[in-house]
Design a binder for this molecule. Structure first.
Ligand SMILES: *Cc1c(COP(=O)(O)O)cnc(C)c1O
Length: 430
């Protein structure tokens, strides 16, 4: 059954029509895939170089317990991260529960009462609203006397430099720049664009700390925001840099000053980064980081494959089939709840874990409409693994990301198409 590609896909529930259609799309993408391979290759060498330079050794994988003093694996891991991101220091810990926590840590440790935080890129990621206190929330920055300003993007999605200049005052301490669009419709920013924005802010006041929410952006380009002036880059290890192997964690890479503040905030004043047992996570963090460029490359190819396939079928995709990519997220708009459900079912049925369950829309806390989610991941909630989710309201857009290998991402997309076809919602033709 698995003796040829066509037979293997047939065994996995993909009709000949869907198979032929998808193979034709894939062939048309050869050139773009080659360009991604080059980025993967460069980033692979960058990661390897950092590991060799800091003499990564088997002894670094040993678990520590209790206070975790002298955890040489943790120290090496943090040096390797700092090297890759081109920063003075790094905080990479299993005690950071997720990306939101890492962002809160970066902000709360570097802001003091009376300081102001500014978002020069419009509304930040949903969970940031509670951190900042845009939505009143216990222990928000607002409760600790930190004020907030937001400058909307211009209608074409670019920075409103004039308003940014006018919004900066003596109180402005941190500018928070979100790289990925997350679940918004604005474009994701390239590292180059972020560099221009940082240069503009620094020229108004060089003391303003520029922090970049780097979620979903790591290893997509040859440079990271910390290579173009960011004082801190922050992200989640169950997204890109964990390579699918990190079971938990977050990172903050940045200036010594900024990262040390985060150490003291994570543990306690007087303790800092000297404590924090790693309980055996070092090997998975490091091996995941080693795999990350490859995994991100595969996820990117999957996203491009999806955009080309669904655009060909008449659905609008963001980014579109031709655009450059600055994160791994793909949005497909269906304008039809049934199609959204079928798409997510296909993604779920393609998963290595929980492929036998059927996702259904539900009233998730914190959302104003039902949400459908598809995920069958080895690491619970890991969105570097193949996953999709959609709020059940117009314009019925599905956000899709991840895949630990390109071939799995491709199969997930093919399965989504097969499910749409099976339910009679679309017709695939050549
Ligand atoms: C995922 C994400 C976060 C938060 O990460 P969690 O791990 O879900 O807390 C923050 N910002 C952006 C842009 C993200 O994509």
């Amino acid at each position: 059954m698995f003796d040829s590609l066509e037979n293997a896909y047939q065994a996995m529930g993909i009709s000949k029509e869907v198979f032929d259609f998808c193979q034709r799309i894939e062939v048309s993408l050869e050139e773009r895939f080659r360009a991604i391979d080059k980025i993967t290759e460069c980033n692979q060498l960058k990661v390897l170089n950092a590991m060799q330079k800091h003499h990564l050794a088997e002894a670094h994988f040993a678990p520590t317990t209790g206070y975790g003093y002298n955890d040489i694996g943790r120290e090496t891991l943090e040096k390797v991260y700092a090297d890759i991101f081109g920063t003075e220091a790094a905080l990479v810990r299993p005690q950071i529960t997720c990306g939101t926590h890492a962002l809160y840590l970066a902000l709360s440790s570097n802001l003091r009462p009376g300081d102001e935080l500014i978002s020069p890129v419009g509304k930040p990621y949903d969970t940031m609203e509670e951190i900042i206190g845009i939505r009143p929330s216990r222990c928000s920055l607002a409760e600790y006397g930190v004020s907030y300003r937001q400058v909307e993007l211009l209608p074409d999605g670019t920075f409103d430099y004039e308003k940014i200049r006018n919004s900066i005052s003596d109180k402005t301490k941190i500018a928070a720049i979100q790289r990925s669009k997350g679940y918004l419709t604005r474009p994701t920013f390239s590292v180059g664009q972020i560099g221009e924005l940082i240069a503009f802010i620094k020229q108004i006041n060089p003391d303003i700390i520029c922090m970049v929410d780097n979620c979903y952006g790591e290893f997509v380009e040859l440079k990271e925001p910390s290579n173009v002036g960011a004082d801190m880059v922050v992200g989640s290890l169950i997204k890109n840099p964990g390579g699918g192997l990190a079971p938990i964690g977050g990172y903050i890479c940045g200036t010594k000053e900024c990262v040390e503040n985060a150490y003291y905030r994570l543990t306690a004043p007087g303790l800092g980064g000297e404590v924090g047992a790693t309980l055996g996570t070092n090997k998975d963090f490091l091996q995941g980081l080693f795999m990350a460029p490859q995994v991100v490359g595969g996820a990117l190819k999957g996203a491009i494959f999806a955009a080309n396939l669904y655009e060909k079928l008449g659905f609008s995709c963001v980014p579109d089939s031709k655009e450059s990519r600055y994160d791994i997220i793909q949005a497909v708009t269906f304008h039809d709840p049934q199609k959204v459900i079928a798409f997510c079912e296909g993604i779920q049925y393609a998963a290595p874990v929980d492929s036998h369950v059927t996702p259904t829309p539900w009233a998730m806390p914190g959302y104003d409409s039902d949400v459908i989610m598809a995920a069958g991941a080895f690491i619970s909630g890991a969105s570097i693994e193949l996953s999709a989710d959609a709020p059940m309201h117009e314009p019925y857009t599905v956000y899709f990301q991840g895949g630990l290998s390109y071939h799995h991402a491709k199969f997930g997309i093919m399965k989504s198409l097969a499910q749409l076809e099976k339910k009679g919602l679309i017709k695939v033709f050549l």
